[in-house]
Design a protein around this ligand. Structure first.
Ligand code: AMP
Length: 191
């Protein structure tokens, strides 16, 4: 049986950190659309050049571009046992498209893990990550604010969409040490 899990939450919630720890416990690959876009930027591919300014502003890349990239990724054989999706979907249209992409392959998303962290803490974490990692979209206050507002306006409605479509939605408090948060998610997913 394959297992598809969406790791959901605002920027700075710790999705990437948790995904790196959970993918082994789940035995599935970690798919981060943010990492994929940053990789394209680094390699200066056509897609990388197309999304560069969008990432710098903290806006969402158009759905058609994002969905095509994810569809290609989901077609690779390593995803047959399942996947841990991080940063995708980011709006309800993407969530619906993900359902279609999985259904076309005879698969289904089962669990949605929502990592919840208060706004002040998110801002502090993003600033710190900007300083530590040099990640451009974590350094500018206006970009950070835009990403947090985009989450509330466009991404957060996915939680209601999933709750209303029979998925297991696990709301996980994201404060505490990374180990504590991992333990909560492991318990929620029954790993
Ligand atoms: P992340 O690393 O998940 O915070 O993503 C970094 C940036 O990549 C976002 O601010 C968006 O510009 C873009 N991005 C990542 N995932 C998506 C997505 N599912 N839809 C649209 N844009 C995305």
């Amino acid at each position: 049986m394959s297992r598809y899990v969406v790791l959901f939450g605002p920027p700075g919630a710790g999705k990437g950190t948790q995904a790196a720890r959970l993918k082994d416990a789940l035995g599935v690959p970690h798919i981060s659309t943010g990492d994929m876009f940053r990789d394209h930027k680094k390699r200066q591919t056509a897609l990388g050049q197309q999304v560069d300014a969008i990432l710098a502003r903290g806006d969402l890349v158009p759905d058609s571009v994002t969905n095509d990239m994810v569809d290609e990724r989901l077609g690779r054989p390593d995803v047959a046992p399942g996947a841990l999706l991080d940063g995708y979907p980011r709006n309800v249209a993407q969530a619906q498209e993900l359902d279609r992409m999985l259904e076309a392959r005879g698969r289904r998303l089962g669990d949605v893990v929502v990592i919840e962290v208060p706004d002040d803490e998110l801002k502090a974490r993003l600033k710190k990550r900007g300083l530590d990692s040099g990640r451009a979209d974590d350094q500018d206050d206006a970009t950070i604010q835009n990403r947090l507002e985009t989450y509330v306006a466009q991404s957060a409605p996915c939680v209601a969409f999933y709750a209303g479509s029979g998925r297991r939605v696990h709301r996980i408090p994201g404060l505490g040490t990374p180990d504590e948060v991992t333990a909560r998610i492991v318990a929620a997913l029954g790993l």
